[in-house]
Design a protein around this ligand. Structure first.
Ligand code: ZN
Length: 412
């Protein structure tokens, strides 16, 4: 490595440490920054000077003593990140819809938009529609385009973040789609793409209450089931970017149902929105006068919501169905505990919607099935950002790549 490259790598690392410390503290002095990052006060003063110049931080004199001796720029003055000084666009791509957010430096989705995706549309057409929606969202917000530093997209399936290619997404019917390149071409923004559940895991550790958690498993279920692992605040992808495909963990070796991946007996065939709804309709046919059947026949709300509603109103068949299927999730998570030994498991999507019904059997099974005391130690909880987890996660991808861990080749 040349001396020039080495020095720019050090500068990048120093800047990253300062930005992450500013993210984690609402207010922080230069002295404290120096203590937390291990950098000299001279280096901190220089870096902070450049951040002030770029309008990314502000100095607060609110805590200054009344005698006014502590002037602006002195080491004890409180600094704070200005969250609205830069923005990113986060795109959460689900099977049937995309949710877009213009988010600030704390990943707060300030301006949002939902886009229904046309069933059967090509990947190229869907991505062009998403890019058009992103441009419209940016224009409507009135934010200076120069302050929008990039776009992050969380997409289902096997995504190679280095090339931005979605290798295989059975639920979308995508094969080798150059997702990042297409979004970049249509928006003109720097683009980062990763698996959507991994993005949610990153959102949780960067911006949620799990920010000090060293090892985290984020598990999301809706049409499919996936997991994202983080180690030391960063995504763990595995050797082929495939870590976390727990939806395709084999739960039944012989005679299981066929999964969209081509295999049989995968977790997704046992627990996912389509699997639960299919079972509920079968039950309703067996007992047409039951509460579950009556609720499922009501027009309007999604069938899965009616399954949860029936269980909450005491329908024995709905309760048994959810309890039984949640235990499989618990068994799969016990396997995750045995292999990865996370400090915390965070559950999103259906697990948030049906937390009161699903979490007790899941937790009980994890505790009972994981090896030795591993299951007792792990904290199991629901996701912090509820229905916004996907957008926050996608924004986190962009903030991580283009701001907090940005390589210092140009000003932010
Ligand atoms: Zn499968």
């Amino acid at each position: 490595m040349s001396a020039l490259l080495a020095s720019s790598a050090i500068k990048s690392r120093n800047l990253q440490a300062v930005l992450l410390a500013l993210l984690r503290h609402d207010q922080i002095s230069r002295v404290r920054l120096s203590r937390l990052t291990g950098l000299s006060t001279t280096t901190i003063t220089k870096l902070v000077g450049s951040l002030l110049e770029q309008g990314l931080v502000a100095e607060d004199d609110r805590d200054a003593p009344a005698n006014g001796r502590r002037g602006v720029g002195r080491p004890q003055t409180a600094l704070r990140l200005l969250p609205e000084s830069r923005w990113v666009i986060g795109v959460h791509l689900d099977i049937d819809q995309a949710r877009l957010a213009l988010a600030d430096l704390r990943a707060r989705p300030v301006y949002t938009r939902r886009l229904a995706l046309k069933p059967g549309a090509s990947a190229e057409a869907s991505l062009a529609a998403i890019a058009a929606a992103a441009r419209a969202l940016a224009a409507e917000s009135g934010i200076d385009p120069a302050r929008i530093i990039g776009l992050g997209a969380g997409v289902s399936g096997l995504v190679d973040p280095a090339s931005g290619v979605n290798r295989f997404a059975p639920n979308l019917g995508w094969h080798d789609v150059p997702t990042a390149a297409l979004l970049r071409q249509h928006t003109g923004l720097p683009v980062v793409v990763d698996n959507n559940v991994r993005a949610m895991a990153l959102g949780e550790v960067m911006f949620g209450p799990a920010r000090d958690v060293k090892t985290l498993a984020f598990v999301y279920a809706r049409i499919g089931v996936g997991a994202g692992f983080t180690v030391g605040g960063q995504i763990y992808r595995g050797s082929g970017a495939g870590a976390g495909e727990i939806g395709h963990m084999t739960m039944i070796v012989d005679g299981g149902e066929v999964c969209r991946c081509g295999n049989t007996g995968c977790l997704e065939t046992i627990f996912s929105e389509p699997a639960l709804v299919r079972l509920a309709y079968q039950q309703a046919e067996r007992e047409p006068g039951g509460l579950l059947a009556r609720l499922l026949a009501e027009p309007g709300s999604r069938p899965i919501e009616q399954v949860f509603a029936a269980a909450r109103q005491g329908d024995a068949a709905a309760l048994a169905l959810l309890h039984d299927r949640a235990r499989y999730v618990g068994a799969a998570l016990a396997n995750v505990v045995n292999i990865f030994n996370p400090e915390r498991i965070v559950l999103g999507g259906l697990f948030v919607q049906g937390a009161d019904l699903l979490l007790p059997p899941i937790e009980q099974t994890v505790r009972a099935r994981a090896f030795a005391h591993l299951g007792e130690r792990v904290v199991v909880q629901t996701a912090s950002f509820g229905g916004q987890a996907g957008m926050v996660g996608a924004a986190a991808l962009a903030l991580d790549a283009f701001f907090y861990r940005h390589e210092l080749s140009a000003p932010i």
